[in-house]
Design a protein around this ligand. Sequence first.
Ligand code: NAI
Ligand code: MG
Length: 795
Amino acid sequence: MVHVKDVLKSMEYGPAPEGNEHVLAWLEAHKGGFGHFIDGRFTDPSASKSFKVANPADGKPLAQVAHGTAQDIDKAVAAAGRAFKGWSKLPGHERAKYLYAIARNIQKRDRFLAVLETMDNGKPIRETRDIDMPLVARHFYHHAGWAELLESEFPGYRPVGVCGQIIPWNFPLLMLAWKIAPALAAGNTVVLKPAEQTPLTALAFAEICREVGLPAGVVNIVTGEGDTGAALVAHEGVQKIAFTGSTDVGRVIRTATAGSGKKLSLELGGKSPFIVFDDADLDSAVEGLVDAIWFNQGEVCCAGSRLLVQEGIAEKLYAKVRARMETLRVGSPLDKSTDIGAVVSTEQLERITALVAKGKEEGAEVFQPSSIQVPGTGTFFAPTLMTGVEPASTVAVVEIFGPVLVAMTFRTPDEAVALANNTRFGLAASIWSENINRSLDVAARLKAGVIWINATNLFDAAAGFGGYRESGFGREGGREGLYEYLADDGAKAKGKEAAKVALTAAPSPTAQIAAVDAVDRTAKLYIGGKQARPDSGYSYAVLNPSGKQVGLAGLGNRKDVRNAVEAAAKAEGWGAATAHNRAQILYYIAENLSARADEFEARLRAMTGVSKRDAAEEVSLAVRRTFFYAGFADKHDGAVHSTKSRHVTLAMNEPFGIMGLLCPEEAPLLGFVSLVMPAIAAGNRVVAVPSARHPLAATDFYQIIDTSDVPAGVLSIATGNPGELAKTIADHDEIAALWNFNGSVDAALVDKASAGNLKPVWNGGARNWRSTDAQGREFLRRATQVKNIWVPYGE
Ligand code: NAI
Ligand code: MG
């Protein structure tokens, strides 16, 4: 008797092509080329230089698209600037209706958009249809909600202005949605540049904007290449840049925007670990791997591209993976039974090919399924598994961005964590184990922005997405993503107040810093829980406003900062301590400061010449501010996002690790306390540079720290020239975030130097430190990064 299951084994797949007549007709209607979408109209394509867009699956041309120049960018930014006036003033409810209409229209045209995306990018129709398009619509719906709720949920915040948005080719319409939906919801207007490889769905989206009657200039699309993107980044009329793409270009953009005051979010590359423990459900893990690395041809920033397997099950898992790879189907992206489509471009195919060759050269064993014949035309690459890979080899380190998995083994959970974190990136991670305790323990120890437990590549508009370390900064999606498109309204008002304060202060602090050779009488630096002589061996005179010397402070240098970071690295336990413990220590600090109020008051008077009343007020406010963050330490909660059903998506606020703080020149005690307390309350270890002109309140503070049970290395203080110390801190790869509130420090210099490890920089600007505006959630938010952990439940 013939069994159905035997028939299934020998049955051939029949072709199941998705129809593309609608798309062909649309392309035919635009055979004269596509112009830019500026100020609600398409520009004349014949008036511009243009470039060809082709279907990677067969190499055939699809369209001719305008190459945006600096003039085009200029027009688009001007249109967005004009539109901002009206759009930002619209009630949230009105903006919500537009976003809702966009979502509806995307759904109405979703088959058209899915086919167009597949033809433009080469990804399988099954994915554009079932993943990209539903997520695109979901993003606009979700943000229609935020537009409605903005005023009540984000009091004190305002839209940033004109946003320049640059996106890559791997999820063209989805990345557009991730950028445009939150920007518009928050009341901004945008100029978006799609990737040169895949501009077509963005142009179709522009048509939707017209259909729903979106006011002219709110969304502008300028097509082009890297130079077009660079012109957008450089434009003075742009207040924020949002970029997704390679880490190299992210770094270029960090440098190009340095000192401009433009808000910046970067979503960059990754080399995300996929960790399989020996108690994992291996069959599920294999299916997970298919989604982790063979989804979207592996051209996914958060792809699980590094398989880390516990030694005992490695061979067994590899055998299962190889068997599963044999059943993957590579071929026409428009065929509904295709698993792996075409790589986006010849350039990308060459890059992948070269990296796999390099892996082989470096000793990896390369497996490609024998059943798979890649099509002769088009840019296809067979799914690939590389085993026997050394952790330091090229393919284990660089992002391949193709359907290539590299595998390594580990013995213990500690080793798994060490291997997983052994990367400059930190975008995502996937953990497979039936032991929930172990999974959550590992999740907490991984340095990555998104973590999936027994799952992979889950996305939802309600959860933030974004990386740690060189995977960039900022989040997309959810409440945390909205902050990227909002400015702290208070900051402006605070700035005005603070300007008054600053006027009363003396000229540049650095002018005053002249080395004196009198180390013995000098207030020392405070490093790793001990007073330390400055490495330079020099000090500088601290003068009061009438020019009289009131003391000497150490002239800290690069070496001192390095020592402070080393000490901080050893104090890792601080972030893992309970918030309650940290709160207790902050209370203790406040208590000890209060007990010595007279000394601090006298010091402030002698240094700054303020009245007794003012000095007393500064000390008492410093005590209160410390109390404030002690109280807040266990209340800066994360969230459980409402994403998919039967999932808890935990948004945890995690400390950055080691932070550099450049304290303001004014309010030498209160300014210092206002930065240090939220940073350490949130669990960071800190290297603080106090006011250079008036450093002695901070150096007196050592005694408070010494008597308040603050673990060594949690707070180090380096006095000296703020500009020089700022540069060293910004340069330092182990310092994960930097706040600059010192008006004498060049923001451009700090931004530029921080491009090395892409640390987020908060150039906080002037504040009135005595006001309660100089404290609050904003400081805690800036002292933490959100880690989203997805835990599915059910058996
Ligand atoms: P890319 O970073 O050069 O391109 C991304 C976008 O940036 C495109 O719109 C491009 O036109 C624009 N761009 C390029 N240079 C620019 C500049 N100087 N200023 C402003 N905008 C600029 O990425 P590319 O060359 O397409 O791919 C190279 C590698 O980058 C890939 O192999 C992959 O490893 C990685 N990549 C990562 C992505 C991610 O989602 N994290 C997405 C795309 C690429
Ligand atoms: Mg490039």
